[in-house]
Design a protein around this ligand. Structure first.
Ligand code: ASP
Ligand code: MG
Length: 411
C-alpha cells in the first residue's frame, strides 16, 4: 500500500462540478488501497479576485492582513472537496495550514516552510480517512497566518510528501506532463516519461511554467518523487526523479527551453585591466538587477568589449547604470538590444557526450541563424539569437536532437 500526496491546482477545482470530478478521482484511487492526502489550491481566479479587493482598500495592503485574506481561497476548496468525498461515502477531513500545523517563518506573502507536524495527518490516515489540506498557507510561531507566494500550493504538496515520507507527490494540472519543448511552438513536441530534478529546474527557469520552481527544488532536496499529470485525462504523466538512467538509448538532450524575457547590453572599449568586470557588474548588482549571461571578449589595443544579459524589465535601469559607468571609465560606447531570445538545450546525457554543442551550432548554422552569445553548464548549452528566429531555432534543434514525435503521433 502506498501513500500518495495529490495536489490539484486552481483550474482543477475551478467549479463545483470539477471539485466533484476530483472527488470521484480520489475515491477511485482510494479503492485501490492507497492512502491519500490531497492538497488543493483556491478556485481559479479566486486568489486574484481577493488581491484585487485588497487593492481597492490600499495600493500596498499590509502583508499580514493580505495573508489572512488570501488564505481563505484554499479554505473554501478544502471544505468543498471534503464534502464531496464524504457524500461519496469516503471518510475525509479538511485542514487549514494552521490546523495541520505547517509552521513557516514570518515573511508574509512569501513565507518558507520550517516544519510540518505529521502526527495528526498520520492518525487520520490510520483511521481510514482521506486528508484534504489547504495549499499555499501556513502559520508562524506567533500564530499568524502566512502564505507561501504565488503558486505555493505545489510547495505545500511537496513539503507534505517529504514530511509524511510519501511514495510519490502527484501534481495534477491542465497539461498531461512535461514536454520536450512548448507544443505551441513545435507541434511534434513529445511528453517526457521521465526527467531529472536538475533538468526540470533548467526547463522551469527557462520558461516552461508547469511547476513552481521552489517546489522542484524542495522535491530534489528531499528526494520526493514528483509526477506531473493531467487532472481529467488518463495517462502516466511525467515523473521527475533523482536517478539518471544509464541506458544507451537515453537521449542526449531531454528538452529545449527558451526565453524571450532577456535583453542584451554591451559596453565597448573598456580598458583591459584587473577589476573591470567588478567595476561594471558591481553597480549593476547594487541596482538590484540580476545578470544572466556574461561574455568578455579577448582584448586588442588594450581594450575589450563586455556584454551581458538582464531581464527585459530591468533593461532601462541597467542601461542608465551602464551609461554612468561608461563615462567614468572612458569606454567607447554602450549599446543595447532588446530583440533577443535565449534558446537552451538541456540534458543530463550531455555530461558524457562530447560534440553536443557543435551539433547545436551546426543545426543553427544550417538555418543561417547567427549566434550572439553562448554559455554552457554541465547539463545545458544556451545561445542568444535574434528574437525573430526563435521559433525556427527551437524547431531546428528539436529535429536535430531527434526529439520530434514519430509521424502520426504529434498533435
Ligand atoms: N492560490 C494560490 C495562487 O493562486 C496558490 C496556488 O494556486 O498554488 O497563487
Ligand atoms: Mg499553480
Amino acid at each position: 500500500m502506498a501513500l500518495i500526496v495529490q495536489k490539484f491546482g486552481g483550474t482543477s477545482v475551478g467549479s463545483v462540478e470539477r471539485i466533484e470530478q476530483v472527488a470521484e478521482k480520489v475515491r477511485k484511487f482510494r479503492e485501490k488501497g492507497d492512502d491519500i492526502v490531497v492538497v488543493v489550491s483556491a478556485m481559479s481566479g479566486e486568489t486574484n479576485r481577493l488581491i484585487d479587493l485588497a487593492r481597492q482598500i490600499s495600493e500596498q495592503p499590509v502583508a499580514r492582513e493580505l495573508d489572512v485574506m488570501v488564505s481563505t481561497g484554499e479554505q473554501v476548496t478544502i471544505a468543498l472537496l471534503a464534502m464531496a468525498l464524504i457524500k461519496r461515502g469516503v471518510p475525509a477531513v479538511s485542514y487549514t495550514g494552521n490546523q495541520v500545523r505547517i509552521l513557516t517563518d514570518s515573511a508574509f506573502t512569501k513565507a518558507r516552510i520550517l516544519h510540518i507536524d505529521a502526527q495528526k495527518i498520520q492518525g487520520d490516515l490510520k483511521a481510514g480517512r482521506v486528508v484534504v489540506v489547504a495549499g499555499f498557507q501556513g502559520v508562524d510561531e506567533q500564530g499568524n497566518i502566512t502564505t507561501l507566494g504565488r503558486g505555493g500550493s505545489d510547495t505545500t504538496g511537496v513539503a507534505l510528501a517529504a514530511a509524511l515520507k510519501a511514495d510519490e507527490c502527484q501534481i495534477y494540472t491542465d497539461v498531461d506532463g512535461v514536454y520536450t519543448t512548448d507544443p505551441r511552438v513545435v507541434a511534434k513536441a513529445q511528453r517526457l516519461d521521465k526527467i531529472t530534478f536538475e533538468e526540470m529546474l533548467e526547463m522551469a527557469s527557462l520558461g516552461s511554467k508547469v511547476l513552481q520552481i521552489r517546489a522542484v527544488e524542495f522535491a530534489g532536496k528531499y528526494s520526493v518523487p514528483l509526477r506531473v499529470l493531467h487532472s481529467f485525462q488518463e495517462g502516466p504523466g511525467t515523473l521527475i526523479t533523482l536517478d539518471e538512467e544509464e541506458s544507451m538509448e537515453q537521449p542526449i538532450i531531454s528538452g529545449i527551453a527558451f526565453n524571450r524575457d532577456e535583453a542584451k547590453l554591451t559596453i565597448r572599449g573598456v580598458p583591459d585591466t584587473p577589476g573591470v568586470a567588478f567595476k561594471i557588474l558591481g553597480p549593476i548588482s547594487a541596482a538590484n538587477v540580476e545578470v544572466d549571461m556574461i561574455v568578455q571578449n579577448v582584448a586588442h589595443d588594450n581594450t575589450t568589449d563586455f556584454t551581458f544579459t538582464v531581464h527585459r524589465n530591468d533593461y532601462n535601469n541597467a542601461l542608465n547604470v551602464l551609461q554612468g559607468i561608461a563615462s567614468e571609465m572612458g569606454a567607447r560606447e554602450v549599446i543595447g538590444d532588446t530583440n533577443i531570445a535565449k534558446v537552451s538545450i538541456v540534458g543530463v546525457g550531455m555530461r558524457s557526450h562530447a560534440g553536443v554543442a557543435s551539433r547545436m551550432f551546426e543545426a543553427l548554422a544550417k538555418e543561417n541563424i547567427n549566434i550572439q552569445m553562448i554559455s554552457t553548464s554541465e547539463i545545458k548549452v544556451s545561445v542568444v539569437i535574434e528574437e525573430k528566429y526563435l521559433e525556427l531555432a527551437v524547431r531546428a534543434l528539436h529535429t536535430a536532437f531527434e526529439l520530434d514525435a514519430p509521424a502520426g503521433k504529434g498533435e
